[in-house]
Design a protein around this ligand. Sequence first.
Ligand code: SAH
Length: 367
Amino acid sequence: MSVPGKINLLGLDREGLEAFFTARGDKSFRASQVMKWIYGQGVADFRAMTNLGKALRTDLDECAEVRLPDIAEDQCSDDGSRKWLLRLEDGNCIETVFIPEADRGTLCVSSQVGCMLNCSFCSTAQQGFNRNLTAAEIIAQLWIASRALDNPPDGSRRISNVVMMGMGEPLLNYDNVVRAMRLMLDDFGYGLSKRRITLSTAGIVPAIKKLREDCDVSLAVSLHAPDDLLRDELVPLNRKYPIRELLDTCHEYVGDSRRRVTFEYVLLSGVNDTDGHARQLARRLEGIPAKINLIPFNPFPQTRYRRSPPARIQRFFEILNQAGIVTITRKTRGDDIDAACGQLAGRFSDRTSRRARRTAAAQETRL
Ligand code: SAH
């Protein structure tokens, strides 16, 4: 709970923290010292920051705090992924998911409570939009997960990658997301490289252009359809920023660098998964430095969509591959704890709805 009058130092980027210290008449290097404690060591108590001097520690304790959401639930999947349900000060809940792989550990971070984009195949859309997360609430997801995961003694980090792919549209919470990503990049923060942070967007064109100037992390774009008619239906935002404009902006984003934009494509049986769709998709991406991430649809109650059968997914993959596009099929992870793409709901889900969701999932795999 927040203490009235205390300033939360979590979520202030280096500049913000330096301004905090200089305004108090302290040296600006205190900012990097405190950041090392908060983010490097996972320490939230100023009294434990032993290189600060007793007077400063006591002072900070009186006027400031490192305020974090509560952990409402902490679940582990059979496949090793782990999901935290975090309760924010206003009672809203958000979810964060850790996905371990052989060569990396990825944290999937939320940017909003709910979402306003209304993509027809996404369960977050069903709960509507509540509010933007603050920069503190975004970076707190890394803080809590890093602490819970206990970094190994060899100095390596369990969280090597971050994807802004949880609940919400990160580019509609631009300032807070950029501030939080700067903390992820900062050497005194989490020290991640730009290549290891991926922001996923449904395609807010002006914000992609701005991001290129402000914080050009890796870009992923939720495409899901090769033509505007179908994309209008799946991602209503397309009516505002149609495919041509979006693809041109993506191309500009990577420019002449050797980087590629990842295009996410959820495969919905009989909707966007035919050979024709695959060929059309390959044609549309011609000349664009692209990678495609095919995502088997993850069902949720009351959805009208079904996951494409494995043979269909394979065929779709092969067509893109033969067209020379680097394509991967995303493995479904954490679906036993409702942690898979598009399943993050955030609020307390009661047991009945969880069971209903499982039944829907079981039916899908039988198809
Ligand atoms: N708003 C952002 C980030 C959140 S969604 C965006 O649109 O990119 C993260 C990814 O999960 C997106 O690619 C989204 O299309 C995908 N997704 C949403 N619902 C899904 C579902 N039911 N099954 C599989 N993937 C889904």
